[in-house]
Design a protein around this ligand. Structure first.
Ligand SMILES: NC(=O)c1ccc[n+]([C@@H]2O[C@H](COP(=O)([O-])OP(=O)(O)OC[C@H]3O[C@@H](n4cnc5c(N)ncnc54)[C@H](OP(=O)(O)O)[C@@H]3O)[C@@H](O)[C@H]2O)c1
Length: 206
């Protein structure tokens, strides 16, 4: 991790679960971390962590966050596009607005944060930047939360798409995805609790 000391990382969804753990890890490894969420009061106060309140479903708030990072921190060197949710509308009778919310956060916000991070890197001739997209095992199969699986399959396509476009440009900025299985966080706790009290043995899809 030595080469990343004092570099700037943006972690979305840093007030809870996986994002919070990653933000804390990166900060304790010496990176300057912009920790983004709506509930900034839940972000751990640590040296090297700069909490930033942003609703990622709002394009203008994303743009303001990148302006803040540019002016106050220099720009993004690492982007962990982690924020996501798994409200689980059924395909057959799911609510239109629930579909839209999931698309906005899990795909659009992740894509736009990635695009703006890469712009920031390229404007500053940062050729060793790193994008990390939080995907899921649901990107590799269709689990019981089917519309969530749709969004995570899309994350896989977005990841590969950015990778190909950067390669066409001869850029060395790297794009990767992480596909966790089930991790106990506020996102999955209700599923895990209902599973432990249920006769069903089907593992919920993270
Ligand atoms: N937990 C698992 O088993 C699992 C498995 C595979 C993949 N994943 C993926 O890992 C990522 C994190 O999951 P998690 O389990 O850590 O979830 P979590 O504990 O519920 O955390 C979600 C984070 O996203 C933020 N967020 C939600 N809506 C937002 C919005 N509109 N604007 C800004 N931030 C927003 C939340 O912050 P605020 O509410 O404060 O805004 C929170 O910090 C997700 O992409 C999820 O799909 C999780």
């Amino acid at each position: 991790m030595d080469r990343w000391v004092n570099r700037v990382a943006l972690v979305t969804g840093a007030s809870s679960g996986i994002g919070k753990a990653l933000a804390n890890f990166l900060a304790s490894s010496g990176l300057k971390v912009v920790a983004c969420a709506r509930n900034v009061d839940k972000i751990d106060a640590m040296p090297n962590i700069v909490p930033y309140k942003c609703d990622l479903k709002n394009k203008h708030e994303i743009e303001d966050m990148f302006k803040f990072i540019e002016s106050k921190m220099g720009g993004v060197d690492v982007c962990v596009a982690n924020a996501g949710t798994n409200t689980t509308p059924k395909l057959l009778d799911g609510n239109y607005n629930d579909f839209k919310e999931l698309l906005n956060l899990n795909i659009l916000a992740l894509t736009y944060c990635t695009q703006l991070s890469i712009k920031s890197m390229r404007e500053r001739n940062v050729d060793d930047g790193q994008i990390i997209m939080m995907s899921s095992t649901s990107a590799h199969r269709i689990g019981s939360n089917r519309f969530y699986s749709v969004t995570k399959h899309a994350v896989k396509a977005v990841q590969e798409g950015f990778r190909q476009e950067l390669r066409e440009l001869g850029s060395h900025i790297r794009v990767c995805g992480i596909s966790p299985g089930i991790v106990e966080t506020p996102l999955t706790r209700p599923c895990m609790e209902s599973l432990s009290s249920s006769k069903w043995r089907t593992w919920p899809t993270p």
